[in-house]
Design a protein around this ligand. Sequence first.
Ligand SMILES: Cc1cc2nc3c(=O)[nH]c(=O)nc-3n(C[C@H](O)[C@H](O)[C@H](O)COP(=O)(O)O)c2cc1C
Length: 252
Amino acid sequence: MHDEPNEFLVRAGCFSTEEKHAVYRAIHTRRDVRDQFLSDPLPDDLVRRLLSAAHAAPSVGFMQPWNFLLVRDDERKREIWDAFDRANREATAMFDADKQAAYRALKLEGIRKAPLGICVTCDRDRAGPVVLGRTHNARMDSYSTVCAIQNLWLAARAEGVGLGWVSIFHESELKRILGIPDPIEVVGYLCLGYVDTLYSAPELEVKGWRSRLPLDELIYENSWGDRPSAFNTAAGVIPVEAADQVPPASSD
Ligand SMILES: Cc1cc2nc3c(=O)[nH]c(=O)nc-3n(C[C@H](O)[C@H](O)[C@H](O)COP(=O)(O)O)c2cc1C
């Protein structure tokens, strides 16, 4: 351990305007992709960059509990899709009768279409039984793994790669198919591939399933439910780049 870590401190100014725009552009134009995947394989160096963005994520006690299991084999993908399909039929039945048709109409995965699948897991034992920061909330290691997925998702957006998170599985089935041992938790199964087009708003919103909530209704101050007294709601709105609103050229 270093008693005097100051020698490691580096300058931390804000980004240039262009850099800030790039960061916010990735955040605001990232989408969950289910169907727009192109079949071109993702080159290894690109996959490595995405994984190194994931691996740079924060983690509780710096435990880095993640692993990334790459799935490129078509037969494996088919088994995973079958597992999804079984779970998705169960999921359909969980919704009220009047929502089931709308649910069935949604495409909720790109397992077979995406050239690359990544199963992201969390190893709860990675840093021993007592982990700095996880002492009072055992879920912190899963949250850390989710941070890694979000890093990967944003880096993918910057690289022109679409990513879709599929969670409709029995975890035990996914583990059996991928040979994942019992103590390891599956956090997400991700579908990745190059994309030419992306929805300009969440697909679930475009298809009328659910809309984005007004941010101002979600902000409290000092006490749960209390609205901030002086909060300039117009400030901080990031203009969406015009280039991200252009419809794709028609193919006919
Ligand atoms: C933890 C998590 C699990 C998700 N699981 C699924 C899923 O199983 N199938 C799906 O189509 N989308 C899934 N999504 C994507 C969400 O539906 C999507 O993020 C949301 O509708 C907002 O759209 P956007 O990501 O394009 O902004 C998941 C997202 C998260 C964060």
